[in-house]
Design a protein around this ligand. Sequence first.
Ligand SMILES: Nc1nc2c(c(=O)[nH]1)N[C@H]1C(S)=C(S)[C@@H](COP(=O)(O)O)O[C@H]1N2
Ligand SMILES: [Mo]
Length: 553
Amino acid sequence: MSLKNILLRTINQKNKYINLAATAVKINQEQYNHRDQNNKYKKTVATALFSSVLIGTVLAEKSKNNKKELKENNEENTCGAGEKRPDLPTYRAEEISKHNSKKSFWVTYKNGVYDVTSFLPSHPGGDQIMNAGGYSIEPFWNVYGMHKTKEIYALLESYRIGNLHEDDMVDLSDEELWVKEPIRDKRLIVKTSKPFNAEIPAKLQVAHFDTPNELFYVRQHMPVPELDSSEHRVRVTIKNGQTVTREFSLQQLDQFPRTAVRAALMCAGNRRSEMNEQVKPVKGISWQGGAISNAVWEGVLLIDVLKACGLEDTSTAGKHVIFTGSDIDATGVNFSTSIPLEQALNPKNRILLATHMNGAVLPPDHGYPLRVIVPGAPAVRSVKWLESITISKDESSSHWHQKDYRSFNASKTWETADFASAPPIYSLPVTSAICDPAHGDTVTAKNGVVEIRGYAYSGGGAKILRVDISPDCGKTWVQAEEMQSDDAPPQQHYAWTLWTARIPVSKGQKELELWAKATDSNFNTQPERFNDIWNIRGVLSNAYHRIKVQIKH
Ligand SMILES: Nc1nc2c(c(=O)[nH]1)N[C@H]1C(S)=C(S)[C@@H](COP(=O)(O)O)O[C@H]1N2
Ligand SMILES: [Mo]
């Protein structure tokens, strides 16, 4: 890059930080305004202004750090992928662009040209890859940051056929996309930074029944969109012969009765890493047990809004509600997924259009200013930054709905799995995990007893009835004594359960292997091993949780 370009970029960058700080002040004021309107949060304007300035300063500072981080990340280990290879031929961009079909499919990365035709069927993201045909994969990998691993760079390089002509090289670095990301709590365990995916540390899961907002796990597919609650609208479209569309501002939504639901959100991929380690590799973020957190969500009922839009008059069977967020992928497509309309209209399911989380305005990472909460469903259905709700005879056609969050039997491979015929995951099976101690910890036995704590959860409104712990690989079981759960009725119980168990150990015992399993109000229980439930995507990974600890007496 020329000196002039570098200077221009620096000036642009600086202006961006100034804008960013200004926006932060605006958003922050707006959040306080919103609270005041609801007459629920009595904060003085003075406090609001003070914290606005404070947050503005912190954000500006953070952006500087982000830039530093970006530089460091740019020096990530790409295993030499995309470096010049004098032994290989050179291709012009025009020639490369012709190879964009399933018959012949080329992509570029930095200097490298790759023929990945034979890789297409095994791409975990399905046909999404077709967007990069004859072009650079960089802008796509900038959005889908999980590609940026040593293994994937090495895999890419194995398809190398040539070099991109010098004159056709373009700077496709990704700074622009990520400078506006929110500030995150340093205690979160970061799995991928762009997009930001992070789990809550296990010991902090059991420290609070309602997870503090800043510790709630975060799962993003794209950069966090910047939205303004005073301008935000949600569009409701009902296709029934003629199409009816209505738009609601947040103030208009507030006209509906407000209500609160305590619900855990769990990613369908929670505990995937155990399936990966105990059976064989799966594809997806390697979540340990931290892709679940619990909160009280507040907003209006989806069912009330749909009825106000005249939905009652239509037949519901076989239809779907498509939720669309404001976050967009590299090709300009918004995040979207759907649930069956019957599920949405069952009042027991208490589906919310939520504006608040644990009494505070939704943080940007969790969908500010509006998200849908589908209690008891895999968290992917709880679309953040909600901008449209569409009643349709078809499921969402999005990649995230069609090519992900579906399950297969253990024999299906990426080549044989048929996503189109596999049912989408709309509920969750019973699961549990021991959070404290962690695997490998040394614990102290007091009066011959070791105390352990964890969570348990089941989807579809099922409540946890029992958590059983085996201290001897299944010979005997000890029942957890203390169970902290919500007081909602058993078939409408959407929160997690935190439990404590006391495990007797014998004198002089040095090591203890612990197995945990939960039983829910449908009397479903966790499977013993991961082998039989293994699936290519590593979803619904709910076999017994097993850890080993050392004992100090
Ligand atoms: N708009 C939008 N909504 C989304 C997602 C997303 O990437 N974009 N991720 C989904 C997934 S897969 C999960 S697990 C949850 C995570 O919610 P959280 O980040 O508030 O924990 O959000 C869901 N809603
Ligand atoms: Mo998820």
